[in-house]
Design a protein around this ligand. Sequence first.
Ligand code: FE
Length: 208
Amino acid sequence: MQTTPRLIGRRHLSAALLALPACAAAQLPGATPRQTTGPFYPTDWSGDADTDLVRMTGEAAQAQGVVTHLRGRLLALDGTPLAGARIEIWQCDARGVYRHPRDRAALRDPGFQGRGRMVVGPDGGFAFRTIRPVTYPGRTPHIHVLVDAPGRPELVTQLYVEGEPGNASDVLFNRLAPAAREMVLLRPQPAERIEPGALLAERNIILG
Ligand code: FE
């Protein structure tokens, strides 16, 4: 008659062991999903390619569009900051034109830097001053992101804006499962304390 309690005990133990990793996994967000690099990855990083995309060296006027502070942290799946990783962003200007030889240079906003990059410090934090992304033919608004962290495969993804009407029909956005979409959604909020009239959009990027 000693086997029954032992069996129950083992079952409880097994259930407890199985439940622990499941609970731990549920509390950690998954990795940021990969997206295509697209045809407009910057070919030229010379000159002004810093974190302020709204101000271009040598241009009197700042970029057209709604100034948006994009901030977050580069993290591993376990929450460890990816110190020393490089992050690049690129996007079209307020007229829907990329700073790229294959896009329509004559229509370009000369005040928009088009791309920016930085190496993150010990806390993994990044901060860019850019514009709220706009739509261009065939795409809902998005910001392209590349992360190159030491010892890890490169991550390329795109960040989207919650509530944009174009999200419902965007092919690349809709390739993502709902949980993955959440990982690439921005919710820009007024950020008067940072800069009058500007927005703040925060999103951590997590490498698997
Ligand atoms: Fe694009």
